[in-house]
Write a protein that binds this ligand. Structure first.
Ligand code: NAP
Length: 297
């Protein structure tokens, strides 16, 4: 059945980008009773959602035109710019009064440009990137970091509550992205320290599984250490969180921190290491594969 009206008086939701994160997040919205219009560049990734009742569309603009609230979680800022601002895109095709929510990790400056373009057409926006990884998306335990007006945040909140647990409004357009970049700066150092520590343990003859079991609840513990170390120990370097996306985030963080007058040496070192990892062919692997730079065997 076409998702064009909603028996339960809930907004009809357009969902664009049904990859590692978006596929699970969109599934939670359907489970909560929302009617979904879906689009993904590779249409086959929408199949599980279509089986659950979502209607597949042939472009982001078409999905937006059939919806009251549009959510996007695509890859890079250039993808966000394309789906929102290109002719025939979401801003052009969305119904008057619609709310547009971008959950991609993207540029704060682009979030403000989308806000301005949308506002001139009577549309609301939120930038609402997430943290909590593929596991957080599957288990609906994401933290959601939001920029936008109070009115738009309050309108989006019931949808966020189906996907996440810790939902915080940081300020006007762009502030969700700024908060997320702070998160990525913290993770940059964490990933570097974690992979260096595990490499050191292995090379110096320590049983890394026993080390993990011993220190995971100590002061070196973190979400990344808890979730990524077991994957490293099993030689599982699948994404999770793609290396190519982390490099994108650290480049955005580097630019934004320089604009804020900061020179962040830890961030720049982590970025250099991950660019080297990309150059070694790991762009499509998970961020835990940084370990391979130190332990190739
Ligand atoms: P992903 O699996 O690559 O999902 C992105 C989806 O968006 C893909 O299915 C892709 O289509 C689609 N897409 C990309 N560009 C598009 C475009 N121009 N038009 C239409 N569809 C487009 O990546 P992900 O891991 O879900 O990450 C999505 C975003 O969330 C990224 O910005 C990432 O940095 C962020 N994030 C990820 C995690 C994580 O742990 N995975 C955590 C927090 C935040 P194709 O299938 O054709 O490639």
């Amino acid at each position: 059945m076409a998702a064009s009206s909603n028996e339960k008086d809930r907004p009809v939701v357009g969902f664009i980008g049904t990859g590692v994160m978006g596929g699970s997040m969109a599934g939670h919205l359907i489970d909560a009773g929302y009617s979904l219009n879906v689009y993904n560049r590779t249409a086959s990734k929408c199949e599980p959602l279509v089986k659950k009742g979502a209607k597949l569309h042939s472009s982001p603009g078409e999905a937006a035109a059939a919806s009251d609230i549009v959510i996007t979680i695509v890859g890079f800022p250039k993808d966000v710019e394309q789906v929102y601002l290109e002719p025939g895109g979401i801003v052009e095709r969305a119904k008057p009064g619609s709310l547009l929510i971008d959950m991609t990790t993207s540029s704060p400056e682009l979030a403000v440009r989308i806000y301005d373009a949308a506002r001139s057409k009577g549309l609301g926006t939120c930038d609402a990137p997430v943290t909590g990884g593929d596991r957080g998306a599957r288990e609906a335990t994401l933290s959601i970091l939001v920029g936008g007006t109070d009115e738009d945040f309050n309108r989006a909140l019931p949808l966020f509550e189906t996907m996440g647990k810790n939902i915080v409004h940081f300020g006007p357009a762009g502030f969700g992205q700024r908060a997320k970049l702070a998160n990525q700066i913290i993770i940059a150092g964490t990933m570097l320290g974690m992979c260096e520590g595990l490499a050191y343990a292995k090379k110096s003859g320590i049983d890394t599984q026993r080390l993990y079991d011993c220190i995971v609840s100590g002061s070196a513990g973190s979400w990344s250490f808890t979730n990524y170390t077991p994957r490293i120990l099993k030689e599982d370097f699948n994404p999770g969180f793609f290396v190519k996306h982390f490099v994108k985030d650290m480049r955005l963080a580097s630019q934004s921190s320089q604009e804020a007058g900061l020179s962040l040496k830890g961030l720049e070192t982590a970025l250099e290491q991950y660019i080297e990892l990309e150059n070694e062919g790991y762009a499509e692997n998970g961020t835990q594969s940084l370990y391979k730079l130190y332990c190739k065997d």
